[in-house]
Design a protein. Structure first.
Length: 319
């Protein structure tokens, strides 16, 4: 009996999961993380206790993926482009204008292509991709001038994540990209170290960038998603029923985030250019799209067979 009792914690003991994200409370990250916390605790019958740590309390996005590989962080929400240094195949999804529309993006990510990608990522890194969640666009904002055509981007000092596709894209747009970690971005914008940047629509509001950036452009050059990732260390702590609860909770939280954020985006853009005081202008996207296609072609030519195959699968899903 003593042996049986001793074995119980390993089989189905209470498990504490620390789930981090680097964005502010009220961001799209919070929508996903908070719903996952609620559902994982419910579906596990209380044997899982999820503790959500917002605002970079655990660490920044640039460090979080490696920490999950090492097992020092349990779970983290990380924007896809920040995974590329650890798993370069992610750059296929970062390519400018790679998705024709949201329906195309969801067909790819929620279908066989997305499932295969998650499997490849886990095999290569040991990190579990639990859900892709909401797909949004990175809206552009700056302090220098309105963007009405690509020439208006010339020489503009633009903050970009440390992602080579994004750096190359803004160079192709004629801007002067400056790679900075997310944690350094608000200060850089306030001090003028950079004159512009792009973020998911909800981030511009939750970070209150509308208070310091007067110009807003719905450029829709990059599609972004911020998956929920888990370390193998925390997943291996779960028994079968707990693992099923976590997977179910992640799937449903991703759907919830998708529905909630889709409803919010138009309202947030209206706020930014209304009460938020940002100014927008009619603009011609055609040169931006052509520049994005050049970046796509460059990366497809330079990368390996796995990358080319993934790009081909993404393009085929648009048809």
């Amino acid at each position: 009996m003593a042996l049986s009792l001793a074995a119980q914690p390993a089989l189905a003991g209470d498990v504490v999961i620390n789930l981090g994200y680097a964005a502010a409370e009220g961001s799209s990250y919070a929508v996903l993380a908070d719903k996952f916390e609620e559902l994982a605790e419910e579906y596990s019958g209380g044997s899982i206790d999820v503790k959500v740590r917002c605002c970079g309390q655990l660490m920044g996005e640039d460090e979080a993926f490696k920490a999950m590989q090492l097992g020092t962080v349990d779970m983290h929400v990380i924007t896809g482009n920040n995974i590329s240094p650890h798993f370069p195949l992610m750059d296929a999804f970062v390519l400018p204008y790679i998705f024709e529309d949201k329906a195309h993006a969801y067909r790819v990510l929620e279908g066989e292509v997305g499932q295969n990608f998650a499997g490849q990522l886990h095999e290569a890194t040991g990190v579990h991709l639990l859900t892709f969640g909401f797909v949004g666009d990175r809206d552009f904002y700056n302090s220098r001038n309105p963007i009405t055509k690509m020439e208006d981007m010339a020489g503009l000092k633009v903050r970009v994540p440390k992602n080579q596709v994004m750096i190359d894209t803004f160079s192709e747009f004629g801007a002067a990209p400056i790679p900075l970690p997310w944690a350094d971005t608000p200060t850089a914008l306030q001090t003028g170290t950079v004159e512009g940047a792009d973020n998911g629509t909800s981030f511009i509001k939750s970070q209150k960038f509308y208070e310091i950036m007067p110009h807003f452009t719905v450029l829709e050059h990059f599609t972004y998603f911020s998956p929920l990732f888990a370390s193998s260390r925390i997943m291996d702590k779960l028994d079968d029923s707990q693992r099923e609860a976590v997977m179910r909770a992640a799937h449903e939280a991703g759907i919830y985030q998708k529905e909630e954020m889709t409803k919010q985006v138009d309202g947030i853009r209206a706020f930014l250019t209304g009460e938020g005081g940002m100014k927008t202008a009619e603009f011609d996207r055609s040169d931006f799209i052509a520049a994005g296609q050049r970046v796509q072609d460059k990366y497809s030519a330079d990368k390996g067979d796995d990358f080319k195959a993934l790009v081909a699968e993404i393009r085929a899903a648009a048809e």
